[in-house]
Design a protein around this ligand. Structure first.
Ligand SMILES: [Zn+2]
Length: 908
């Protein structure tokens, strides 16, 4: 289809077209004349096609109205009068992305697929959802996704439940989230950015259904909508569908909502308690965060420079600000970043694990450090290295690429700016290189951190009573709300809840289900998407090569077998790996390493993991170094990786202690935030060797190992250092090694990489046997949060079977057919799933769950449900389709080479 500027296509006027070499395509901008809907199409020929509708949604309170709308419009619509079209799409589509997200100033609805028919189906369901949702006729949707009362028989005080209500209890459980929320309130008192866009559970129940529906009518008008299309989309069909089926229902645009710009505020300060567990120590548990507005969305160069300065100041223990903080002993870590995705980007400095009494001293330290840096001059080399890394990232494709471009474009387009402004990196990098020899960066640093007239401050202090207070406050709100209920009110609340339950329990009719567009198995290509693996051998080392177009970048991984190590040693080695790059080597300081990694590598990581060995009694443990670099930097990059593995110095106890404190803190927070993954890992630990080892190095046991080292540091550090040095000096040899390379074509690089490591004697064993049982343990991990996570696990080997593709199909049947309704819809948990992994482990989990015991019961009753399902007449085709889609995710070239599924089979 040939289009020109000035054409009118199905009511859309083509306004502008620009080709971009960096984007490898042409950006077409259009506007729907009658309604004012705006549209961008990035015509880049990509096989994966993305549709995304974005609305500017500006909250005016903490009820999370736009987050609840985001969930609710996907709960049935005019053309698709089923309870959850979103779920039906998950069950039977070839989508590569399907979700919706609420941001502080926008709500987006992206879908993508490589399959044309599927892409059009998804687009149509999403257009119907956002413009014609069933929320206006079915009040149950708001009650389920937002909030509702539940009044048990014989009780007079109700409870709250609702999917977003529970999701946000989990989201706001972490101290970081609470801290950011408090800071935004100080920095943006008169702007939408001061509100909790996701919703604060203390305020979500203030949202009335009428206000909720009005928000939809006001904000989901085409005049407030921006559509992003990306890839080889069937443009004519999409435009025709939009114009003739949806936009035609709307009239001229109303005034579009505007984001009120926040005028600078006077510096303000608050102290806020946050919940910790009753048995936790309160020492060093305060957090101090400072923040202010540093510009607006137009300042691409300045905001990017500020982000670079943030990295330079805090990227390692030797980075200037981190070093000053650690040396002072006032706090255990500092983080610094610029939140750039909002109309007025905001800088935040956070001192972690400190005491409230240090706040003045920390502020003085920040000031004196920045003044010192300004006086002595900034580190030009370090900043230049960041620009090298930015150039590497331009070439290093990340997925989902189309969605990333859409969100990036909205950074300016949402504010009526040029959608290309944040998308093009090359001109910004050029301008920032030119600025290296000017005062530009120094000026940015001064503005960002020295000028503190508008710098707001939040101090979070630990409290053992705060959790109970929050629960008491919620009870008090419920008591107040129900205090003057008459019998008639009570009857109405009961009736509403019964109606909700009745709705949950009434399946969609076959006629309703038939309204949804359905792919047939014949629509799906019989050719799988597949990353080839060519196995070989070089100098006695097994090699894996994955041919993937990688745009001039080499992605490599070195796996070293750890099968002869004890579990305890491997716990220590995993911690040791986490220190690499953050401790000096014989040749370079940490600052030099940080710079060299950016110049020569672009990406490097060190980790420990385990692969399945085909039998649950054994596993294949490895220590892994993975890195990516430009082809022309490959030799230097390989030198650097080898140097870090074999020449790192472990003699600085103080720095190891600082890093250990940081790791313990990060992992402890992760348990609260991502409890289902820790619970699942824990549930699997006794059934297989891989499960046992994985839990010991990456689960609760791994965390306990680190905490034990921290708490008995002086007694245990020498043993740790001795092990780390022994590992460094003797472990990284060819006799343990398997090398993987992912690139456009094979290269001699693999041989050259291998030669950097010593021979190391006879080939090491690669499987480790560990004791396994079939005994079920029942455990609970206590976390300070108003929400829980449930998990239950087993192993296919216990059931006398191995992993088979059928299990993937069963995964879809149980997750979408059973658990979604029982655990999410009825139980109120934000997430849930049944996951069979190729290694044989099988888990059920719930995420941000108000009723974990109920969920465990649901998991246990799966057999009954499944028997009924098998006896029923629901076909399996759509579950087969979604299982195929799940096996063909969008993956960056780097991830394709690291995909455990393939390396497992090829690691010998
Ligand atoms: Zn949500």
């Amino acid at each position: 289809m040939k289009i020109n500027v000035g054409d009118i296509l199905h009511g859309f006027t083509v306004l502008r077209s620009r080709f971009s070499g960096e984007l490898e395509g042409t950006l077409w901008e259009m506007r729907h004349e009658r309604t004012g809907a705006r549209l961008c199409w990035l015509d880049n020929g990509e096989n994966n096609k993305l549709f995304c509708a974005a609305f500017k949604t500006i909250p005016w309170d903490d009820t999370g109205v736009f987050h609840i709308l985001e969930h609710s419009v996907l709960g049935g619509s005019e053309r698709y009068p089923v309870k959850e079209p979103f779920l039906d799409l998950l069950k039977g589509s070839m989508n590569t992305f399907l979700n919706a997200m609420t941001f502080p100033d926008k709500t987006i609805y992206p879908v993508s697929s490589r399959n044309d028919r599927d892409f059009l189906n998804l687009t149509q369901v999403y257009l119907d959802a956002v413009f014609c949702p069933a929320i206006h006729t079915n009040p149950n949707i708001f009650r389920q996704e937002g909030w509702h009362y539940e009044l048990k028989e014989g009780e007079t005080v109700p409870t709250y439940n609702g999917v977003v209500f529970n999701e946000m209890k989990g989201a706001l459980a972490g101290v970081d989230e609470q801290m950011v929320t408090q800071l935004q309130k100080l920095v943006f008192p008169d702007s939408c950015y001061g509100w909790v866009s996701g919703g604060d559970p203390a305020h979500i129940p203030e949202l009335t259904e009428a206000r909720f529906l009005e928000a939809h009518r006001t904000f989901y008008h085409p005049g407030n909508c921006r559509i992003w299309l990306d890839g080889a989309v069937p443009l004519d069909e999409v435009l025709k569908m939009m114009d003739e089926e949806y936009l035609c229902r709307f009239g001229a645009p109303k005034a579009a909502p505007e984001i009120a710009l926040q005028a600078p505020v006077a510096a303000a300060s608050v102290t806020v308690p946050y919940e910790i567990g009753a048995e936790e120590d309160e020492a060093n548990k305060a957090y101090l965060t400072l923040g202010k507005i540093v510009g607006d969305w137009r300042d691409v160069k300045r905001i990017t420079a500020m982000s670079m300065l943030c990295t330079w100041l805090t990227e390692s223990v030797e980075a200037p600000l981190t070093k000053a903080v650690l040396q002072s002993g006032l706090a255990q870590d500092v983080t610094l970043n610029v939140e750039a995705e909002i109309a007025q980007p905001c800088v935040t400095v956070t001192f972690r694990n400190t005491e409230e009494k240090h706040r003045e001293a920390l502020r003085a330290l920040l000031r004196s450090t920045v003044e010192g840096l300004l006086a002595e001059g900034l580190d030009r080399e370090a900043l230049a290295a960041q620009l090298d890394m930015a150039e590497f990232r331009m070439k290093d494709r990340q997925e989902p690429a189309g969605l990333i471009r859409c969100i990036t474009a909205l950074g300016s387009w949402l504010h009526d700016g040029d959608p290309m402004l944040w998308l093009l990196n090359a001109p910004v990098i050029r301008a920032l290189r030119d600025a290296l020899d000017t005062d530009f960066y120094a000026d940015c640093l001064r503005d960002m951190l020295l000028d503190d007239a508008h710098l707001c401050e939040v101090c979070m202090i630990p409290s053992k009573t705060r959790g109970e207070e929050l629960r008491r406050e919620e009870r008090a709100r419920l008591e107040a709300a129900s205090a003057d209920w008459t019998d008639a009110d009570r009857a109405r609340v009961k009736a509403e809840f019964e109606a909700l339950e009745a709705w949950h329990n009434t399946p969609d009719t076959p006629e309703q289900t038939a309204t949804l567009p359905q792919l047939a198995l014949s629509d799906v290509s019989p050719e799988p998407f597949w990353t080839e693996t060519e196995t070989g051998e070089a100098g006695g080392v097994p090699t894996l090569f994955h041919p993937v177009p990688s745009n001039g970048i080499l992605h490599s991984a070195l796996y070293f077998s750890a099968a002869d190590q004890s579990v305890e040693d491997m716990q220590a080695q995993v911690f040791m790996l986490s220190l690499l790059g953050e401790l000096p080597t014989e040749k370079h300081s940490v600052r030099e390493l940080s710079r060299l990694i950016k110049q020569k590598l672009g990406r490097v990581s060190f980790s420990g993991s385990t692969f399945d060995a085909g039998d649950r009694t054994a596993c294949k443990p490895v220590l892994r170094a993975a890195f990516s670099c430009l082809e022309e930097c490959a030799e230097d990059g390989a030198d650097l990786v080898a140097e870090i593995l074999t020449q790192t110095r472990f003699d600085d106890r103080k720095t190891i202690r600082d890093l250990l404190n940081q790791r313990c803190e990060q992992l402890t927070q992760a348990v609260t935030y991502n409890g289902s993954s820790f619970a699942s890992t824990r549930a699997l630990k006794d059934f297989s060797a891989a499960g046992r080892l994985n839990e010991a190095i990456a689960g609760i046991t791994g965390l306990r190992w680190m905490i034990a080292l921290r708490d008995a540091f002086d007694e245990r550090i020498d043993a740790f250092i001795a092990l780390a040095e022994r590992t460094r000096d003797t472990f990284f040899t060819r006799s343990r090694m398997t090398v993987s390379l992912t690139a456009t074509r094979p290269s001699a690089f693999t041989d050259s990489l291998i030669r950097r490591f010593p021979e190391g004697g006879a080939r090491a064993a690669d499987t480790l046997a560990l004791p396994v049982t079939d005994q079920c343990a029942k455990e609970a991990i206590v976390i300070p949060a108003g929400i829980a996570f449930a998990a239950m696990g087993t192993h296919a080997g216990l059931l006398g079977s191995a992993w088979a593709p059928d299990l993937s199909v069963l995964g879809g049947v149980l997750t979408f057919g059973y658990l979604w309704n029982e655990v999410r819809v009825k139980g109120g948990a934000y997430g849930c799933g049944f996951r069979p992994a190729r290694g044989g482990s099988i888990t059920f989990h719930s995420y941000r769950d108000p009723a974990p015991v109920r969920s465990e019961r649901t998991f246990a009753e799966t057999g009954d449900w499944l028997r009924a399902f098998v006896a029923g007449d629901e076909g399996l085709d759509r579950y087969i389709i979604s299982a195929i889609a799940a096996a063909e995710p969008l993956q960056s070239p780097n991830a394709q080479g690291l995909d455990d599924t393939w390396t497992v089979e090829n690691l010998t």
